[in-house]
Ligand binder design. Structure first.
Ligand SMILES: [Zn+2]
Length: 330
C-alpha cells in the first residue's frame, strides 16, 4: 500500500515538475533531480520481488507441471510418483543450479499422465512369472539335490549287492558241486557231511541277507524313479514358464515407448506407460522432462537422454549436462 502511495507521489511530483516554469531548464539541469527518483523506483521493483529474468531466454523461467491422470492400476502411490518426479526434476536442476521445473498441484502448463495399458500389463505379468520362476527353480534345485543324494546311495547299494550276489552264487555253485559229487558216490562221509552242512548254513544266512539287501536296493530305486519323475515334471513346468516369459517379452517388444513427451496446439504433456521399478520410473520421467526442455536423444547409452532406458544410474551423464547447457545457452 505504502509503495503505491509512494509511486503516486513521485508521479504527481514529476507532472508538477514538468509543468512548472522550471521545466524549461536544460536536460543537464533536470538530471540531478530525476535520477534519485529513478534509483528509488528500481529498488522498489526489487522489493516487489519481480525477478529480473528474460522470459524469452531458454530456461529463463521454470516449466510448471502438474499430475493430470493417475491410473491406480500402477503399483505406486501418488506420493511415491510425486517423489519420483521431484527426483527427476532435481537431476536437471542441480546440475546447473537453476529452477527449471515447478510442481503445481492443480494447474500446470505441462501435464503428466500415468497411463496403464498393455505395456505395463506385460511388465507386471513378466515380473510375476519371473518371481514364480525363481520359486520353481529353487524347488527344482532342492529336488535335484535330493535326487543326487538318493541316486548315489542307490549306486553304492546296487554295486555292493552285485558283488555279494556274485560271491554267493560262486559259493553256492561250489557247494552244489560237492553235494552232487557225494550223492553220486553213495553219500558223504561224516566229516565231509558236517563241513557241507556248515557251508549250507552260511549260504542260507547270506541268501537271507541278500534278500534284505535287495529290498533296500529296490526301495532306493523306487525313490530314485519318483524323484526323477518329479524332476521331469518341474523341468517341463519351468520350460513352459520360460517359454511363456519369452513369448510375452517378444509380444511386448523391446523398443516400445515407456514414456512420451508431446507438444502441440493443445499444450504439452508427458505420458508414462511403463516402468519396471522405481529407478526406471525416475529415469523415464527425467528423460521426458529433458525433452520438455528441448533436449533431443543423445548417442551415449549411459545418458538419461539416450533413446532407450537401459542404464540404471540416476545421474546425468556429461553429454546430458552438455546438452542442457546448450539448450539453456549457458
Ligand atoms: Zn525420448
Amino acid at each position: 500500500m505504502f509503495k503505491k502511495v509512494f509511486l503516486l507521489i513521485i508521479l504527481i511530483l514529476l507532472i508538477w515538475f514538468l509543468n512548472s516554469p522550471q521545466s524549461l531548464k536544460t536536460k543537464d539541469e533536470i538530471k540531478p533531480i530525476v535520477s534519485p527518483l529513478v534509483d528509488r523506483a528500481s529498488v522498489f521493483i526489487d522489493n516487489l520481488d519481480i525477478p529480473f529474468i528474460d522470459i524469452n531466454k531458454p530456461c529463463g523461467r521454470p516449466i510448471i507441471y502438474t499430475i493430470d491422470n493417475f491410473d491406480t492400476k500402477f503399483k505406486i502411490t501418488p506420493e511415491e510418483f510425486e517423489k519420483a518426479l521431484k527426483q527427476a526434476e532435481d537431476l536437471w536442476e542441480n546440475s546447473i543450479n537453476k529452477n527449471l521445473f515447478e510442481y503445481h498441484k492443480n494447474d500446470g502448463d505441462l501435464k503428466i499422465n500415468l497411463i496403464y495399458d498393455y505395456r505395463q500389463e506385460a511388465t507386471d505379468k513378466l515380473t510375476s512369472i519371473n518371481s514364480s520362476l525363481k520359486d520353481d527353480q529353487t524347488k527344482y534345485n532342492a529336488v535335484k539335490s535330493e535326487y543326487n543324494t538318493i541316486k548315489s546311495k542307490y549306486t553304492i547299494a546296487i554295486n555292493s549287492y552285485n558283488i555279494k550276489l556274485k560271491s554267493y552264487n560262486q559259493k553256492s555253485l561250489n557247494y552244489q558241486k560237492q553235494v552232487n559229487y557225494w550223492n553220486s558216490h553213495g553219500g558223504a562221509p561224516k566229516k565231509e557231511y558236517d563241513v557241507l552242512q556248515s557251508q549250507k548254513l552260511i549260504l542260507d544266512k547270506q541268501a537271507a541277507q541278500l534278500q534284505l539287501d535287495q529290498k533296500k536296493v529296490n526301495t532306493l530305486a523306487d525313490s530314485v524313479n519318483t524323484l526323477a519323475n518329479e524332476l521331469n515334471r518341474l523341468a517341463s513346468e519351468l520350460n513352459l514358464k520360460v517359454q511363456n516369459y519369452n513369448t510375452i517379452g517378444e509380444q511386448r517388444g523391446e523398443t516400445f515407448k515407456e514414456g512420451l513427451y508431446t507438444k502441440d496446439e493443445t499444450g504439452q504433456k508427458i505420458d508414462i506407460y511403463e516402468f519396471s521399478d522405481y529407478q526406471k520410473l525416475v529415469r523415464v520421467l527425467a528423460h521426458e522432462l529433458g525433452h520438455s526442455l528441448g533436449i533431443d536423444h543423445l548417442p551415449d547409452p549411459d545418458s538419461i537422454m539416450y533413446e532407450q532406458n537401459q542404464s540404471n544410474n540416476l545421474e546425468l551423464s556429461k553429454s546430458d549436462i552438455d546438452a542442457l547447457n546448450l539448450v539453456c545457452q549457458i
